[in-house]
Write a protein of this length. Structure first.
Length: 192
């Protein structure tokens, strides 16, 4: 029994030593590495010029009124085609969680622009799959929306263009959308 325990410990120690040897050759590619240098140099990322860690301010001023968490409903020809949760971020990006089945790729991402006077333009892409998880191709959702005077809802027009993997248009849908802001006090929706 002592021999079996010794063999197990020797094997574990061997794996550890081998791992340490391989790890000494690894680096995270955060710098320029060449065989002639003993240590890689750092690329400028979130470091200031003196290489002390620090945060970089990405925005100054007030937050855009569209920024926040929303529940949106998309209708075409008076038929609800999607109910979603949407987040508009202060850096001009957006993420949507569709009520479509997860196998169809129900998360998608976009970028937005403030057009002034409470109007916004969104360009949004999704990777679509069929119900079995087979890739269909990219979908492009475009929105032109306007905030109401309270800043707690928006409405507007949308289009969805579904393409195959070769870029051929498979379907085009147009319609209206309405969204309501979700706050820390918003209860779960009675109907989704």
């Amino acid at each position: 029994m002592k021999r079996a325990t010794f063999n197990k410990l020797a094997a574990i120690l061997g794996v550890i030593v081998l791992g340490m040897g391989l790890a000494s050759q690894a680096f995270a590619d955060c710098g320029n590495y060449s065989q002639g240098k003993s240590a890689p140099s750092l690329h400028k990322q979130s470091w200031r010029d003196d290489l002390n860690p620090g945060l970089i301010r990405v925005s100054t001023g007030s937050q855009d009124p569209i920024v926040g968490f929303w529940q949106a409903t998309f209708t075409s020809n008076d038929i609800v085609i999607d109910s979603t949760y949407v987040q508009w971020h202060s850096d001009g990006t957006e993420i949507m969680n569709s009520s479509r089945p997860p196998a169809t790729s129900n998360f998608c991402l976009g970028v937005w622009e403030n057009l002034g006077k409470g109007k916004y333009k969104l360009n949004h892409f999704a990777i679509s799959s069929d119900i079995n998880g087979n890739l269909i191709g990219p979908a492009n959702i475009r929105e032109l929306v306007a905030l109401d005077s309270t800043g707690n809802s928006y409405s507007g027009k949308f289009t969805i263009d579904q393409y195959d993997t070769n870029g051929n248009l498979l379907a085009h849908v147009a319609g209206n959308l309405n969204a309501t802001r979700i706050t820390v006090d918003t209860p779960p929706p009675a109907k989704f």
